[in-house]
Design a protein around this ligand. Structure first.
Ligand SMILES: [Zn+2]
Ligand SMILES: [Zn+2]
Length: 340
């Protein structure tokens, strides 16, 4: 093994540097040295690299929080992994000790840190991660499917809260990566009718591939009219995959319906009529990252029910990550796979 490796390092103030850094070594019994198979670029990476930043990160950290890897060397205290095993990585490391960790809400941990954001992640050939972050995946699971484990574990967490029953109708607002993941998942969950609202043609076409029954461009056609025509009373459930569309979700959901808010936009503010939620018994649900959902997500990916590999629009080598980020920012990409 070489002593150094190429890595994409966050340097603060919107700067990402490709540079040679020392290959990491395990320094504690619970750590594992990994060889990265592939990583993917997340919208959060673009947020980190904005000026001013739309998401915090630690200068000096190697980015890349969505990655799949192979175990090279487990630390002496690691019993659930051996060299050669493949793993999906849950990048969010929780403390296990705070009140939230102790009441079953590790995603609300007060001392959380994240591989690939605050500490070194997967935009490099090698990485060291704590064993508890590593979830075994089968040798037969294609990398192109396994790479979705991290974002899908968050999507599955929201889906568990929404608890869609077979045959129910669902409206998905926005067909960026998250909206598309939800489209595929709601199809697998037995949705009776999936309506997706999306303004770009490329993403609208992808929504069809993921299982949407109807895709509407709300700038060209009235969404409430379409929902009324298709469902009479409004959809049973709505998902805001954008983070600013709660009003549309409320408007198009039937009495007693559920609304899942997944997208995040800290600047969005609304003038809402709270009365509608009370009078019509609507349930509004927030959801954030994963919560013990990795194992089920990996089983779901291994079952082959989700055609997520169709969302891979670009493949790049690590030394072209700057181009990859530009493509991501342009909106022309869904999933960009980066290989070290
Ligand atoms: Zn992400
Ligand atoms: Zn905690």
């Amino acid at each position: 093994m070489a002593d150094t490796m190429l890595a994409a390092v966050f340097e603060g103030q919107g700067a990402l540097a490709l540079k040679e850094v020392p290959v990491p070594k395990i320094s504690a019994a619970d750590q594992v040295l990994l060889e990265v198979e592939a990583a993917s670029i997340c919208g959060t990476d673009c947020q980190i690299l904005k000026v001013p930043a739309g998401h915090p990160a630690t200068p000096g950290a190697i980015l890349g929080h969505e990655y799949v890897a192979r175990v090279l060397e487990p630390g002496s205290g690691v019993s659930h992994l051996k060299p050669g095993d493949r793993v999906a990585i849950d990048p969010n490391l929780t403390c296990g000790l705070c009140r939230y960790c102790r009441i079953g809400l590790p995603n609300m941990c007060e001392n959380m840190t994240t591989l690939g954001i605050f500490i070194d992640g997967g935009f490099a050939k090698y990485n060291v991660a704590p064993a508890r972050a590593l979830h075994p995946i089968s040798h037969s699971l294609p990398t192109d499917t396994a790479i979705f484990a991290e974002p899908m574990s968050c999507v599955v967490n929201g889906s568990n809260k929404l608890a869609l029953r077979p045959g129910e109708s669902v409206l998905i607002l926005g067909a960026g990566p998250i909206g598309l993941y939800y489209t595929a998942l709601m199809k697998a969950a037995g949705a009776g009718k999936i309506i997706v609202a999306e303004v770009t043609d490329m993403r609208a076409a992808k929504a069809k591939e993921m299982g949407a029954d109807i895709v509407i461009n709300p700038l060209k056609e009235s969404l409430p009219d379409l929902v009324k025509r298709e469902t009479e009373v409004g959809v049973d459930a709505a998902i805001d995959a954008v983070g600013a569309l709660i009003a549309d979700a409320l408007l198009n959901t039937r009495r007693g319906g559920r609304i899942l808010l997944f997208g995040m936009n800290s600047n969005a503010r609304f003038d809402l009529q709270q009365y509608d939620i009370t009078r019509y018994e609507k349930t509004v649900i927030g959801t954030f990252i994963a919560n013990h959902t990795f194992p089920a997500t990996i089983q779901l990916l291994e079952s082959g029910q989700l055609p997520l590999e169709k969302l891979i629009t670009h493949r790049i080598a690590l030394d072209a990550i700057g181009d990859g980020l530009d493509i991501m920012r342009s909106g022309d990409a869904i999933e960009i796979i980066v290989t070290p």
